[in-house]
Design a protein around this ligand. Sequence first.
Ligand SMILES: [Zn+2]
Length: 279
Amino acid sequence: MPELPEVETVRRRLEPALVGRRFVDVEIRDPRLVRPLEPAEVAAELAGERVAALDRRGKYLIVRFESGRSLLIHLRMTGSFRHAPRDSLDGDPHTRAVVRLEDGSDVVYRDVRRFGTWLLLEPPELDPYLAERLGAEPLERTFTPKRLAAALAGRRAPLKAALLDQRTLAGLGNIYVDEALWRARLHPLVPAGEVTDEAHLRALTRAIKDALRAGIARQGATLRDYAQPDGSRGRMQTEFKVYGRDGEPCDRCGTPIEKIRVAGRGTWFCPVCQRRDEL
Ligand SMILES: [Zn+2]
């Protein structure tokens, strides 16, 4: 599932293709993408819009139009984009939508599992929609140990579960939470509200930023479906410190990485570097 680094990679790659261009024609092939609205109705609304900016907030892509409206896209499990010359991507059974741009290229949205969503919002709707669902943006300067402390305060959920909650912090998923906790030397099952020590909060803030930046620097991680808009894979999957590495030696201490389940998700950690009794 694409997390912040994968979505940010898609954003950076699509930005030059989209910004300043007009949506000449839009075809929405899968009604699930825009439900409960009618695909033809949404497609007609999008046609003619010109892109002013392509932004990201957490795991959402935000296509901002010159009209002030925005298209909020969530890739969920397997959503991805391809950008290529017109009609060159025909024949893909997983294509859910096609945007024809005025320069003769197509932006094609594909989604094997079909959980992705496209939501067209009027100007006053975007900020409240996001504010209700998302906490701090971890790579912004405003995300500090103090801000993290406030988001974790009083919470009894395991630290990993709290970090997966998009209202705590936007953009983290199963991979980058495990990677960040290993970097911070914190056990995934520690109750979130017990992380109150200055040094731990500083380490975790830094670890979250570092893990995400490492992912972005390698164009994200391709486990199954994720690909960049030119079809190429990410490279982060070969550099995980713990994720998916049970039984392999910890990079720091050589102890075999262990796998447990937290909040229903496979969770990898080093039992020596990340000791639960150290808090
Ligand atoms: Zn270790």
